[in-house]
Design a protein around this ligand. Structure first.
Ligand code: NAD
Ligand code: WQD
Length: 347
C-alpha cells in the first residue's frame, strides 16, 4: 500500500490526514473542489512536511476527471473525506446534501471498481448512532439518523457494506468520528467554518477573538455532570493518525471493518469552555440558552476495537485540544475568518 488518494484533502480532517500520511512515507494524491477550502491548504501541507505531493482541483462527482486521475496514478487506497458536513444546513437544503454526499461516493466507488482500486476508507460519524441507548457507544450499537446529513452517512455505510458483499476483494473501513477539534502544532492548518459556526469549538474560538459577542450554551438542564451536554472531543491529529493505522491494517488484514475514533472520555460543554479559558488565559463570555433541537445529552465512544485491531489510541489531551484550536484560530486572523473559507493561514 503506497499511493493514497485523499478526496477532500484540503478540508479540515483531510489536510491533517495528508500530513500524517506523508510523514509516514506514503505517496499522497489529493483532490478537492475547494467548495469549503482553498488551494493554500495544499501549500501549507507541503511546508509542514517538506514533501511534494500531487493535488488536483477536481469534483468527486466528475467521473471523467476521476478516470483521468486514477489512470495517471497507481492508486492503492482511497480515503473519502469529501462532502458537506453541516447538520443544520442539511435540514434546510436536503437535496444539496443527498446530491453531493451520496453521488460523490457512488461515482467514486464505480471508478474504484473500474480501476481495480480495492481499498476504501470512509469518513463516517458518531451521528449514525442516533440517540444513545447505552454508553460508551460501541460499534454494535443500533444505528439511526434524524437529519439528511446523518442519513447520508448511514446510507453510505450500507452502500459500502453492500459493495464488499458483492465484491469481496473490495476492502472497506468505516471510521466513525466523534467530535474533532484542535489543529496541527504548526498552526498552518485548522478549521474555519463558513458563516456562523454550528460546532462548539469554532464558536468558542470566535467568541474569544471577539468576532462573536458571547457563546450560547445550549441547555444546562441535562442529566449530566453540570447540566450541559457531554461529548467525546478528539484532537484532529489523533484522528488523522487513526487513518494511517486503518491504511496499515488494510494492507495486512483485508475485509470490511467499522471503528469508532474517539478518546473514550466524555467532557461537558462547560468543562471544555473552562479548560479553554484556563489553558489560554482568556475569558469566553457565555450565556445559557435553550436546548438545541436534535441534541443528545451525552455521547462518547468505546474506542476499544480501534485499540485492539488497529493498535491506535488517542494520545492528546483536552489541554492540547483547546490550546491548538486557539493558537490556530489566532494564526488565521479575523480577516480570513470573515472571508468564511477554510483555513489558509499565511506563513
Ligand atoms: P471540510 O468541509 O473541512 O472538508 C471537506 C472537503 O471536501 C472540503 O475541502 C471541500 O471543499 C471538499 N469537497 C466537498 N464536496 C466535494 C466534492 N464533490 N468534490 C471534491 N471535493 C469536495 O470537512 P471535514 O471536517 O474535514 O470533514 C471531512 C469528512 O469527515 C466529511 O465527510 C464529514 O462529514 C466527516 N466528519 C466530520 C466531522 C466533523 O465534526 N468535522 C465529524 C464526523 C465526520
Ligand atoms: C457539541 C456540544 C451542543 C455549539 C456535530 C454533528 C456530528 C459531528 C460533530 C459530523 C453540544 C453544544 C454547540 C454552540 C453549544 N459532525 N453547543 N453552543 O452536535 O455533538 O456533533 O458535530 O459528523 O454529526 O452533529 O457537535 O460541536 O455542534 O456540539 O452549547 O454554539 O456543544 O449543544 O452539546 P455535536 P457540536
Amino acid at each position: 500500500m503506497k499511493n493514497i488518494l485523499v478526496t477532500g484533502g484540503a478540508g479540515y480532517i483531510g489536510s491533517h490526514t495528508a500530513v500524517e500520511l506523508l510523514e509516514s512515507g506514503y505517496n499522497v494524491i489529493c483532490i478537492d473542489n475547494f467548495s469549503n477550502s482553498t488551494e493554500a491548504v495544499f501549500e501549507n501541507i507541503q511546508r509542514i512536511t517538506g514533501k511534494r505531493f500531487t493535488w488536483y482541483e477536481a469534483d468527486v462527482r466528475d467521473a471523467v476527471q476521476l478516470d483521468s486521475i486514477m489512470g495517471a496514478h497507481h492508486i492503492d487506497c482511497v480515503i473519502h473525506f469529501a462532502g458537506y458536513k453541516a447538520v443544520g444546513e442539511s435540514v434546510q437544503k436536503p437535496l444539496m446534501y443527498y446530491q453531493n454526499n451520496i453521488d460523490s461516493t457512488l461515482i467514486l466507488c464505480e471508478r474504484c471498481l473500474k480501476h481495480s482500486i480495492n481499498n476504501i476508507i470512509f469518513s463516517s460519524s458518531a451521528t449514525v448512532y442516533g440517540r444513545p441507548q447505552y454508553l460508551p457507544l460501541d460499534e454494535a450499537h443500533s444505528l439511526s439518523a434524524t437529519n439528511p446529513y446523518g442519513k447520508c452517512k448511514l446510507f453510505i455505510e450500507h452502500m459500502l457494506k453492500d459493495l464488499h458483499i458483492a465484491h469481496s476483494e473490495m476492502n472497506i473501513a468505516l471510521l466513525r468520528y466523534f467530535n474533532p477539534v484542535g489543529a496541527h502544532s504548526s498552526y498552518k492548518l485548522g478549521e474555519s467554518p463558513r458563516g456562523i459556526p454550528n460546532n462548539l469549538m469554532p464558536y468558542v474560538c470566535q467568541t474569544a477573538l471577539g468576532i462573536r459577542e458571547k457563546l450560547h450554551i445550549f441547555g444546562n438542564d441535562y442529566n449530566t455532570v453540570d447540566g450541559t451536554g457531554v461529548r467525546d472531543f478528539i484532537h484532529v491529529v489523533d484522528l488523522a493518525k487513526g487513518h494511517v493505522a486503518a491504511v496499515q491494517k488494510m494492507a495486512t488484514d483485508p475485509g470490511c471493518v467499522v471503528y469508532n475514533l474517539g478518546t473514550g472520555n466524555g467532557i461537558s460543554v462547560l468543562e471544555l469552555v473552562h479548560a479553554f479559558e484556563k489553558v489560554n488565559g482568556i475569558e469566553v463570555p457565555y450565556v445559557i440558552a435553550p436546548r438545541r433541537s436534535g441534541d443528545v445529552a451525552e455521547c462518547w465512544a468505546d474506542p476499544g476495537a480501534a485499540k485492539r485491531e488497529l493498535g491506535w489510541k488517542a494520545q492528546l489531551t483536552v489541554e492540547d485540544m483547546v490550546r491548538d484550536s486557539w493558537e490556530a484560530q489566532k494564526a488565521l486572523g479575523v480577516h480570513d475568518i470573515l472571508q468564511s473559507r477554510q483555513y489558509t493561514a499565511s506563513v
